[in-house]
Design a protein around this ligand. Structure first.
Ligand code: GDP
Ligand code: IMO
Ligand code: MG
Length: 446
């Protein structure tokens, strides 16, 4: 039989439908942070990597510090995706990432020293932007000029590099093969020098240039590709892809606690622009959150515990920035903010990390509402500084070491209650519970 108006047989349409179904079934899963970063994304990506063919970072740069622990090795990645320790997976640095060649070279050298062969496993987008020494200096000068209102940037040059990207001045990885590369570099550097005249900030760019160009030579050793084409081709071939986010939703340039945010879209939509994936190709959205909250750098933090509780979380959780070493501010889990993050990202599964850090507490608090001038609200206000105080729901602690629990059935009842409470409030299942920094300290829940 022919379909009216179409000169093709039903059988052909059926086959086409099957083929189409097959291709549209392959989707990219996106893993991202739901708080202010450092949720334990690196550890979870490392654990999930065997289930994927490709791991692709989609935004941020060396402001990120993703920690992986296994076989008594603790390793921190800044630019390179967290699937790199597995032998068969390809790791992609996507177009949305900003790369500092100096830090990149240090990372590759550290991995090589651990025996990781990067050559066939690491691909870099032609369209990823480069962080220049002058970007780093501009970052430092801008922060110094802000004084008490500083953002608490990691000072890796992230803001100025993304400014040059959107200002259409940036240098990209693809430029390094151009004969005019040095010229382009000089041009941008001079522009930065002009900008620096507005700050009274001492600097020496030339001192840092040698190592920067050595970093460029290191980048040249890898396959520099149009990663958006590669990723879409791999999807058609049926490959499984995991997009790895950096920072967290509350640091997103649009939806985070602006201006105390980073300069990229850390949310799920950032995976579309940062890798060249159509929204229709997004599969599972895997949201990672800590069982409590931390923040490093300045900015409002409604559930912050600037007291014994905070000190205890900081100490037990070893809460020091993986990139800067700064102590992280600590507080209780904020469900209002978590629900907002889930909404913005369309999270389909939640992964809760650092549950073990709460094991010593008699009582555990969760913020379920905010009070703004005596009025209770379940919405995130435009300015988080407007929140007078959070309204807490208190739960009984489990007071038991859980770091060696290997089955969800052996979890203390109080922990199961904690998980159920969050699931009921958010309407999203918690399918992974992390109980320690090591790869093996993890529970999968149905
Ligand atoms: P990321 O930036 O999201 O990858 O997180 P970071 O690596 O910056 O910070 C998370 C820290 O917590 C690292 O030191 C991890 O080794 C550690 N970590 C991850 N998951 C757990 C966990 O479940 N329990 C404990 N105690 N530590 C964890
Ligand atoms: P990962 O990927 C935690 C914070 C900084 C600062 C603000 C802006 O490890 O979770 P930037 O250097 O981007 O200009 O800093 O964002 N920040 C992070 N905090 N984890 C991160 O990354 C962060 N990356 C940036 O502390 O407050
Ligand atoms: Mg981190």
């Amino acid at each position: 039989m022919e379909w009216p108006g179409l000169n093709i047989s039903r059988n052909y349409l059926y086959l086409a439908h099957e083929f189409f179904n097959h291709t549209i079934l392959m989707k990219v899963d996106v893993l991202l942070g739901l708080q202010w970063g450092d949720e334990g994304k690196g550890k979870i990506v490392d654990v999930l990597t065997p289930g994927y063919d490709i791991i692709a970072r989609f935004q941020g740069g060396p402001n990120a510090g993703h920690t992986l622990e296994f076989n008594s090795i603790k390793h921190i990645l800044h630019t390179i995706p967290s699937g790199i320790f597995h032998p068969h997976q390809v790791n992609v640095i996507g177009n949305g990432v900003v790369i500092d060649p100096v830090i990149f070279k240090k990372e590759t050298e550290a991995l090589a020293a651990l025996g990781v062969d990067l050559k066939d496993k690491l691909l870099i987008s032609t369209k990823a932007h480069l962080i220049l020494p002058s970007h780093r200096i501009l970052d430092a000068a801008s922060e110094a000029a802000k004084g008490l209102t500083k953002i608490g940037s990691t000072l890796k040059g992230i803001g100025p590099t993304y400014m040059d990207k959107t200002g259409r001045n940036g240098l990209r990885v693809g430029d390094i093969i151009s004969p005019a590369f040095k010229e382009k570099y000089q041009f941008l550097k001079e522009k930065h020098k002009d900008l620096l005249t507005i700050y009274n900030y001492p600097y020496d760019i030339e001192e840092q240039e040698k190592t920067w160009f050595e970093g460029i030579e290191e980048i040249r050793k890898y396959d520099i590709i149009d990663s958006e084409v590669f990723i879409n081709q791999q999807l058609v071939k049926g490959k499984k892809i995991l997009a790895e986010g950096a920072q967290g939703t509350l640091l997103d340039i649009d939806f985070g606690s602006y201006p105390f945010v980073t300069s990229s879209n850390t949310i799920c939509a950032g995976a579309c622009t940062g890798l060249g994936i159509a929204p229709s190709k997004i599969g599972e959205v895997l949201g990672v959150f800590k069982a409590y909250c931390t923040r490093v750098g300045s900015g409002p933090f409604p559930t912050e515990q600037d007291n014994e509780t905070g000190n205890s979380l900081q100490k037990t959780g070893s809460e020091f920035g993986a990139t800067t070493g700064r102590p992280r501010r600590c507080g209780w889990l904020d469900l209002v903010a978590l629900k907002y993050s889930i909404m913005i990202n369309g999270v389909t599964q939640l992964f809760m990390t650092k549950s073990d850090v709460l094991s010593d507490f008699d009582k555990i608090k969760i913020a379920v509402k905010y009070k703004i001038n005596d009025i209770e609200t379940e919405s995130l206000p435009y300015d988080l500084n407007d929140i007078t105080e959070p309204v807490y729901f208190e739960m009984k602690g489990w007071k038991r070491d859980i770091s060696n629990v290997t089955s969800a059935d052996d979890m203390p009842r109080e922990l199961t209650d904690y998980i159920s409470f969050i699931e009921n409030e958010t309407g999203v299942p918690i399918t992974i519970v992390s109980l320690g920094p090591d790869r093996r300290q993890i529970l999968f829940r149905k």
